[in-house]
Design a protein around this ligand. Structure first.
Ligand SMILES: C[C@H](CCC(=O)NCCS(=O)(=O)O)[C@H]1CC[C@H]2[C@@H]3[C@H](O)C[C@@H]4C[C@H](O)CC[C@]4(C)[C@H]3C[C@H](O)[C@]12C
Length: 324
């Protein structure tokens, strides 16, 4: 399972949890402006916007899971297993392989409006990266400070949804996730009042009872509701550190501890990492399952005019700050 969310304070933030039972070998990867992209069906793009995110680098190619570009446009791919059906190659459209989708959009679009424009002339194809890394069944959230979109390719074509919640999880399809929120409109951060019956003396006996009924399990549908509630009710200061701190609390509401989601006998899905792209500062923040300290990689501390990928392995050992 995975969850992605946006957060707006004075800055704009987007990130995700990457929940899985193993790692493909993830690295914080900066693609500078002059790294040559050789798109499978669209030729070469030699000069483009720089981007930073988590990727598995294979044969010097950044296979991004989530990233942002230097213009503050952000994008994340999440599992959409059983629903994703990619499109056929088309003579009249821009054919983009699913593994190229993040680089295709982030290399060229400076805003969500420009991304929307690219999407209208695109076919997202199932072309695989290699036999060892076959096509992943994903759907995506694309966002900047003006809003968010969800992109889902299904048997009936490409769906581009406005995403007013700024949240994405996994199945079912996004329109159903959004509709499901109707069932929870009675939830509140405030204490509830007795609407059950005036004939009963019902009392609140604990804080937090306004959100009684918020689903607590790890299913994708439940995580969607829980992170949406947490995000929509979030309050924080608007400095970078207060915003980033709050952002990790938002995604912390759907964190997966080892042991609670068994995917095979003795094999558990966990939150391998949680990321937070800061659109205004160009910093990619992250924590890992074993390292709760927030680490950061600042794209602007690198030579963004280079033509070579810049890679940082994730710091994954718990860092405990002893005070005595
Ligand atoms: C497994 C990851 C998604 C995690 C997730 O959504 N889990 C939910 C599980 S469930 O549905 O709810 O059961 C996805 C996100 C991004 C994916 C990677 C990226 O798409 C980049 C390449 C794409 C290649 O086609 C396959 C390898 C790969 C390196 C992908 C491996 C894997 O599918 C990743 C890492």
């Amino acid at each position: 399972m995975c969850t992605a969310a946006t957060y707006q304070t004075r800055g704009f933030y987007m990130g995700r949890t990457l929940d899985y039972e193993f790692s493909y070998g993830d690295e914080i990867t900066i693609t500078p402006r002059n790294y040559p992209f050789h798109f499978r069906h669209m030729g070469d793009v030699i000069s483009h916007y720089a981007m930073i995110g988590t990727a598995h680098v294979a044969g010097d190619y950044p296979l991004y899971y989530d990233a942002m570009n230097e213009k503050g446009l952000c994008m994340a791919g999440l599992n959409f297993v059983g629903n994703a059906v990619f499109q056929e190659l088309s003579d009249s459209r821009d054919n983009v392989a699913q593994f190229e989708f993040i680089p295709w959009i982030l290399s060229q679009a400076a805003s969500l409006a420009e991304a929307r424009e690219l999407l209208t002339r695109m076919s997202l194809t199932g072309t695989s990266f290699s036999p060892e890394l076959p096509t992943a069944q994903l759907h995506w959230m694309i966002a900047d400070k003006t809003g968010a979109l969800t992109v889902e390719c299904m048997a009936d074509g490409m769906h581009i949804y406005e995403n007013p919640v700024g949240v994405l999880t996994n199945n079912p399809p996004f329109d159903k996730q959004l509709f499901h929120l109707n069932d929870f409109m009675h939830l509140s951060a405030k204490q509830p009042e007795n609407h059950f019956s005036p004939d009963l003396n019902l009392q609140t006996y604990s804080r937090g009872m306004g959100a009684l009924g918020l689903p607590g399990d790890l299913s994708s549908a439940s995580r969607f509701v829980r992170v949406a509630f947490t995000k929509m009710n979030s309050r924080s200061g608007d400095s970078e550190s207060e915003s980033v701190s709050q952002f990790f609390h938002i995604l912390g509401s759907v964190d997966q501890p080892r042991g609670c989601c068994e995917v095979a006998e003795g094999n558990y899905e966990i939150t391998l990492y949680t990321s937070c792209c800061s659109a205004d500062t160009g910093i990619y923040y992250y924590t890992t399952y074993e390292n709760h300290q927030i680490s950061g990689v600042d794209m602007y501390r690198e030579n963004l005019d280079s033509d070579t990928l810049i890679r940082y392995p994730m710091l994954s050992n718990e860092q405990i700050h002893m005070q005595n």
